[in-house]
Design a protein around this ligand. Structure first.
Ligand SMILES: [Zn+2]
Length: 314
């Protein structure tokens, strides 16, 4: 290695080694892609509520629902969709002695309790809607499943296994929105509060009856309901949805001297101040009847922003 020839030789060896390593990586990627395309299980951590079973249609293994655990998973998802916090769901699973994920039992043997990270991970896994997590560009070390990186078909649509799904892709999107809203400090505070906040007081109307929806509770959960036709919509998901759209779509619009993002930050937890920010941007907010009506569904929200006033800095 001390002569120029020796160093050149070492460089050549390194180059060949790198070429071979890249060829191996490419073969592994191609094999994995083919396995996923065949609907088979490529190995790795099996999500809670599922198990791998021999593929009935060929070689390898496929994922299937684990009948011992799928009910607990479905229960956790239903609770999350109805607005319960991840901590409350973890406590419920622990109190009901739901079987823990296999790997956790080994690692934390003796504790026997669920924690919020585990529950949070379950609720973010695309397998809930029968989709396959797939993110070819991402390092394997990524801590958490990215709920929006899933296996797509030739038309760019998610590949969905009906045998695995316990909710629809729309419900899955709603669930992710709820989880994301809780990571915003103000939204978390609001979601955990049981009171009927004034945030949407005299703001949303019933699409059918044209009257303002009233604040109330249904099974201790905050709702808006129409005093005429009695249609009801859950507040937890609706508030989170409206706040998200307001802060994303209207962040640069003006409220007095401030833009929406600043005005919202200044409003803090003051419901009337937050209401004022929302109302300043609204042209129309109406709620229409849900088809099934059990879960929040963004199709029910008819929202038009007022015509734009551009921020001078924008
Ligand atoms: Zn009505």
């Amino acid at each position: 290695m001390t002569s120029p020839q020796g160093r050149a030789f070492a460089v050549m060896l390194a180059v060949f080694g790198e070429m071979e390593a890249e060829a191996i990586r490419a073969r592994v990627r191609a094999a994995r892609a083919q396995i996923l395309k065949d609907g088979r299980w490529p190995g790795g951590g099996i999500p809670y509520g599922y198990q791998s079973v021999p593929n009935p249609n060929g070689p390898g293994r496929v994922l299937a629902q684990d009948q011992e655990r799928i009910g607990w998973l479905a229960g956790a998802v239903a609770k999350a969709l109805s607005g319960e916090t991840v901590n409350a769901i973890a406590a419920w699973l622990t109190d009901s002695e739901a079987p823990l994920p296999a790997r956790r039992t080994e690692r934390t043997s003796g504790s026997g309790s669920w924690n919020r990270q585990t529950v949070d991970g379950l609720l973010r896994n695309p397998v809930l809607a029968g989709m396959t997590p797939h993110n070819p560009g991402r390092a394997k070390s990524a801590k958490r499943v990215d709920p929006f990186a899933v296996l797509l078909d030739e038309r760019g649509q998610p590949v969905i296994s009906r045998a695995l799904a316990i909710i629809t892709t729309e419900e899955f999107a709603t669930l992710q929105r709820l989880l994301a809203a809780r990571t915003v400090p103000q939204a978390r505070k609001k979601a955990e509060r049981q009171s009927t906040s004034a945030f949407l007081s005299r703001v949303a109307r019933c699409d059918e009856c044209a009257v303002y929806l009233c604040r109330g509770t249904n099974q201790k959960r905050p709702v808006l309901y129409c005093p005429k036709c009695r249609q009801t919509i859950g507040r937890t998901a609706l508030d989170a949805y409206l706040i998200e759209r307001l802060l994303i779509e209207r962040a640069d619009q003006l409220v007095g001297d401030l833009d929406v993002a600043e005005a919202w930050a200044r409003a803090g937890h003051d419901d009337m101040a937050r209401r004022a920010v929302l109302v300043s941007q609204l042209d129309r907010l109406a709620i229409r009847r849900g088809v099934v009506g059990r879960y929040f569904d963004e199709e029910r929200v008819l929202l038009t922003w007022s015509s734009c006033r551009q921020h001078p800095r924008a």
